[in-house]
Design a protein around this ligand. Sequence first.
Ligand SMILES: *Cc1c(COP(=O)(O)O)cnc(C)c1O
Length: 453
Amino acid sequence: MSNAKVLNKEISTWIDEYPSLQEIIDLKESIWINPLHTNFDKGMENVSLSEADVLDAEARLNRFAPYIAKVFPETQSENGIIESPIAKIDNMKATLEEICGKELVGNLLLKCDSHLKVSGSIKARGGIYEVLKHAEDLALANNIISLEDNYAKLDSDEVRKFFSQYSVVVGSTGNLGLSIGIMSAKLGFKVTVHMSADARQWKKDLLRSRGVEVIEYESDYSKAVEEGRKQAEADANSYFVDDENSKNLFLGYSVAAKRLNKQLKDMNVKVDDNHPLFVYLPCGVGGGPGGVAFGLKLLYKDNVHFFFAEPTHSPCMLIGCMTGEHDKVSVQDFGIDNITAADGLAVGRASGFVGKTLEKLMSGCYSVTDENMYRLLTKMADSENIFLEPSALAGVPGIINILTSEEGKKYLKANNLEDKIENITHIAWATGGSMVPKDMMDEYYNKGVSLLK
Ligand SMILES: *Cc1c(COP(=O)(O)O)cnc(C)c1O
């Protein structure tokens, strides 16, 4: 292994340049603070997306709200706006204090994207948005609707027949497939989901029950994406959802920020110069956490600090950003196997688009072992009665990492936050879980129980 080359450089040379690569390769938990992190104005200099793009996405979701409320009756109570609750998790905070043996000052919240309606994960933001955007583009171009219409009229046999001439294709480890598949099938599209070997059986079964074609692969996520792309390229009426590069996905996620701002206001949680916000986001390819973080940066600028959380077996964003090579390197290049129980996070190569967009805005990344995700899953269930899938726990140790590690303390000092520590609100972004079948969830929970012994 130590003689293998990555981008024409010995791994040992990489480690000389980036010493913490050694612990990452050894699958130890690691915290990386981004040395390129800078203020908002400088950080945005080379970013092509702007607030106008986020507002455009928000307006589109609002146009579709009457349709969503009609075809997914469970969203009627929120008028067709698919948004998740936020919870103050003081009991879990006390549990985390027990775990690390230190007092954790500040405010800890959990953003429950696990409980987003329709597809039960953060992918209900970007995935559904991208399908709606494509549907709207087609419907406008073919005079099926106009921007002023009530989009509830899209719920008709005639419109479904129109969309059935078109297909939507995606490669996925599971949750993106669920969102894209469920939404596309509802509109009437033909839809194919190319799934990697690690995708759960229940997700495949659920999709097939909704009329989605599921193609399975023996290998990992990158292969599923590649095959999906090939299929779509062969057919002019086919639309490929490109998880690694899609601006639409990214913008769909970014809409979360303003909605979160309203929730924080309603809870009397301040975010300003004296009340910083720290957000910890589980990261797979990067679009979900990246889009959410981008929206938050536009809104709170230098008062928000965000960190990406990854499994120790799939730290692709960590390695991509640390080396500055982004999608030119994979975890496998460094001998890391990309095998993790954290659905949605089993990604070996991060999105270059996301890594570069956030290059100077991201505060850092850290990694978490699968075992600790399971332990936290059980602790979250016991202390808060909130049931999450393993990946969704990756954000939870963020508060510990920032407040108690050397790297975290250095970050606070470098950003002049030492005298504001008690005013910080920490948000762990819980990215999935509510659709996990009961027997599967019991298995996760019991795994945590046995690891806690
Ligand atoms: C997809 C997913 C993520 C991460 O999103 P990316 O866009 O792949 O970075 C996090 N958690 C869960 C549960 C997911 O399904």
